[in-house]
Design a protein around this ligand. Structure first.
Ligand SMILES: NC(=O)c1ccc[n+]([C@@H]2O[C@H](COP(=O)([O-])OP(=O)(O)OC[C@H]3O[C@@H](n4cnc5c(N)ncnc54)[C@H](OP(=O)(O)O)[C@@H]3O)[C@@H](O)[C@H]2O)c1
Length: 331
C-alpha cells in the first residue's frame, strides 16, 4: 500500500501533528503518457504554513483532506512517457506520497552526478534562487557595504550571507543559537553574528555588530528582530523582504513600531518579493550558483530527517529553529 499525508485540520497558531492525517491507498499505476515516481527527498518549507490557512495568498490554500504538496525529488520507476526513462531523477512540486504518477508536464530532470540530489531542493533549487535573486535584484549589494541577514543559519539566509561576502560586503547574521553563531562565522564566512534569543538589547547588539549601520537588510523573519535592525538602517539602504517566519503562526495581526518615518528619513527602499517573480532569470541564476559551488566559493548545509512518517514533524521543527541550512526529509 502507498502512504499519503493529508491536511486534516487548518492549524491554529503553531502547527501540531494533529493537523495532519496519514492514510494508505492502492499503489498507483502509470497509464499511457504517465510516469510512476518514487519519492526520494521532500522539502519542508516555512511558506507551507501559509498554504495551510484558508486566507488568500500568492498560492491557493491546501484543501482539507487532500495531500499536502511541496518540492520533491523523485525517481522514475516506470515510464509510459517518451520524455522520461526508468532511473531518471526529477524535481517538482508534488504530493506527500511515497509513490505517485505524473504526466511529466511539470517535472524537471535533475542530474544526480552534477550535484547531490537533495541540493536541487536547496542551494540549486528554490531557496538558493530566493537568496541569489532577492539579494541581487532588490538588495543590489556594492563592495564595502554592510549586509544584515535574519534567519541567517537557515536555507535562504546562509546562502544570502555567502553571496554577500562574494560580492564584497561585510555580513552580519542574526540567528537563534550559539551553535548557529559558530557555523555562520566558521563555515559560511560571516563577519559577525547576533543571537536574537539571548540578546538583552537587540538594537545595540546589531548596532555594534554592524559598526557603520546597515546598508542592506535581507529580512527572513520580520517581527521584533526586524524592528531592531530597521532602527540601525543607513541612508539609501535596501530591504528585500523575503519572509516573516516569526509572524506566520500569529492568530492576530501583530502591532509593531511605525516604520514609515525611518524609511522616509533615510530614503530606504523596502520591497517584498516572491522568488517566482524572477522566473525568467532562474537559468542564469542556477548557472551562477553552480559556478560558485564548483569554485568552492559557496557551500551549504542540510538537516536531513529520515523517514516518510517524519515529514510533518520536520515541518513543525522549522518553527523551533531545529534546522541548520535546508531542512529535508529523506524517504
Ligand atoms: N519570498 C520567497 O519567495 C521565499 C522563498 C523561500 C523562503 N522564503 C522565506 O524565507 C524565510 C526563510 O526560509 P527558509 O526556507 O530559509 O527557512 P529556514 O531559515 O531554513 O528555517 C526557518 C528558520 O527560521 C528561524 N525562526 C523560526 N521561528 C523564528 C522566530 N519566531 N523568529 C526568528 N526566527 C525564527 C529558525 O532559525 P533560528 O534558530 O535562527 O530561530 C529556523 O531554523 C522564511 O520566512 C520563508 O517563508 C521566502
Amino acid at each position: 500500500m502507498n502512504k499519503v499525508i493529508l491536511l486534516d485540520k487548518r492549524p491554529v497558531g503553531k502547527p501540531t501533528l494533529d493537523d495532519f492525517k496519514f492514510i494508505e491507498e492502492e499503489n498507483p499505476v502509470a497509464a499511457e503518457g504517465q510516469v510512476l515516481l518514487k519519492t526520494l527527498f521532500v522539502s519542508v518549507d516555512p511558506y507551507l504554513r501559509g498554504r495551510m490557512s484558508s486566507g488568500k495568498s500568492y498560492v491557493p490554500p491546501f484543501k482539507l483532506n487532500e495531500p499536502i504538496q511541496s518540492g520533491l525529488i523523485a525517481e522514475v520507476m516506470e515510464s509510459r512517457n517518451p520524455d522520461f526513462k526508468v532511473g531518471d531523477y526529477v524535481s517538482a512540486r508534488l504530493d506527500w506520497k511515497e509513490f505517485q504518477v505524473s504526466d511529466g508536464k511539470d517535472l524537471i530532470k535533475v542530474d544526480g552526478n552534477a550535484a547531490s540530489l537533495s541540493a536541487y531542493l536547496g542551494i540549486l533549487g528554490m531557496t538558493g534562487l530566493t537568496a541569489f535573486l532577492g539579494l541581487t535584484e532588490i538588495g543590489k549589494p556594492k563592495t564595502g557595504e554592510t549586509l544584515v541577514v535574519s534567519g541567517a543559519a537557515g536555507a535562504v539566509g546562509s546562502v544570502v550571507g555567502q553571496i554577500g561576502k562574494i560580492l564584497g560586503c561585510k555580513v552580519v547574521g542574526i540567528a537563534g543559537s550559539e551553535e548557529k553563531m559558530t557555523i555562520l562565522t566558521s563555515k559560511f564566512g560571516f563577519d559577525a553574528t547576533v543571537n536574537y534569543k539571548t540578546s538583552t538589547d537587540l538594537k545595540t547588539d546589531i548596532k555594534n555588530a554592524a559598526h557603520d549601520g546597515v546598508d542592506i537588510y535581507f529580512d527572513n523573519v520580520g517581527g521584533v528582530v526586524s524592528d531592531a535592525v530597521l532602527v540601525n538602517i543607513n541612508q539609501f539602504a535596501r530591504v528585500p523582504v523575503c519572509g516573516a517566519i516569526s509572524l506566520y503562526n500569529d492568530t492576530e495581526l501583530a502591532q509593531g513600531p511605525r516604520i514609515q518615518p525611518i524609511l522616509v528619513k533615510n530614503s530606504v527602499l523596502m520591497q517584498g518579493f516572491i522568488v517566482s517573480n524572477y522566473a525568467a532569470k532562474f537559468p542564469q541564476a542556477i548557472k551562477q550558483l553552480t559556478t560558485w559551488l564548483n569554485e568552492g566559493k559557496l557551500t551549504y548545509t542540510e538537516t536531513i530527517v529520515n523517514g516518510f512518517d517524519h515529514i510533518p514533524q520536520a515541518f513543525i521543527d522549522l518553527f523551533e529553529g531545529k534546522n541548520e541550512g535546508k531542512m529535508i526529509v529523506k524517504i
